[in-house]
Design a protein around this ligand. Sequence first.
Ligand code: NAD
Length: 253
Amino acid sequence: MSAEEIELAAQWIATSKKLVVFTGAGISTESGLPDFRGPNGIWTRRDKGLPPPKTKKPWHLVDPNPAHYALVELQELGILDFLISQNVDNLHLKSGIKPEKLAELHGNTTLMVCLQCNRKMTYEEAGWDKRIWGPGYRTSPVHPRQPKCPYCGGRIISSIVNFGDPLPEKDLEAAFYHSKTCDVFLVIGSSLVVTPAAYCPQLALKAGAKVIILNEGETPFDNLVHLRIYGKAGQIMPKIVAQVKELLKLQKY
Ligand code: NAD
């Protein structure tokens, strides 16, 4: 990471007409959640014959970090148009991102979804006790007395997208639409190898947007994008947002 890279990212973001951000597991490692493919990721360790890294707290007690809050600041400044996330950890909503500005392509551990009316709800709202009814995955057996959607009576399942499950249609549609119509697209903490999520930066590039990748490790898009920043999201995002604020102040005068 260099001062020039931060300045350029801030300039593009401050002058963007439509900023879309795309996040992966790497934005949450500084909150204490392991990613899959980072240096201490679950799969990196598995390939070396090592057990998964230890998480200090249960997922629901983990807090957002400065990178998550930097995105909330961009939202409050009226600059963040839309956020696409592959994460299931609920940290974007917990940090204050508005649900209407967020597509969670792989679901959210705290939410269930109705297969009939598509509404999302917390486990509490659904009256679903995991100790009785289990995780409620799409592939889990259906018990005749398990809770149904409180709104329409349809079957409710965990919103988590497991391997082989379809992605949530509305979130995917929104993600593709916003990727195609933005002028600045910022990737934070993703190896960009999981599809269809990784089609989003491709769509943005094809549409002529300036694409920035902020990631510690390599991605297949590194030579195709307009700006590549290596480093930790929790350290770099607050610096970028601080400069965005300075530039906005200057624009006012
Ligand atoms: P990934 O593990 O494939 O890649 C994460 C990337 O982030 C790596 O390239 C790594 O070098 C980088 N990284 C790690 N820490 C970083 C930091 N502090 N700052 C900047 N970069 C950092 O993750 P992915 O691309 O999101 O795809 C994997 C899948 O993993 C997704 O489908 C996601 O649903 C799932 N997943 C989610 C979580 C979560 O919700 N927190 C955790 C693990 C896996």
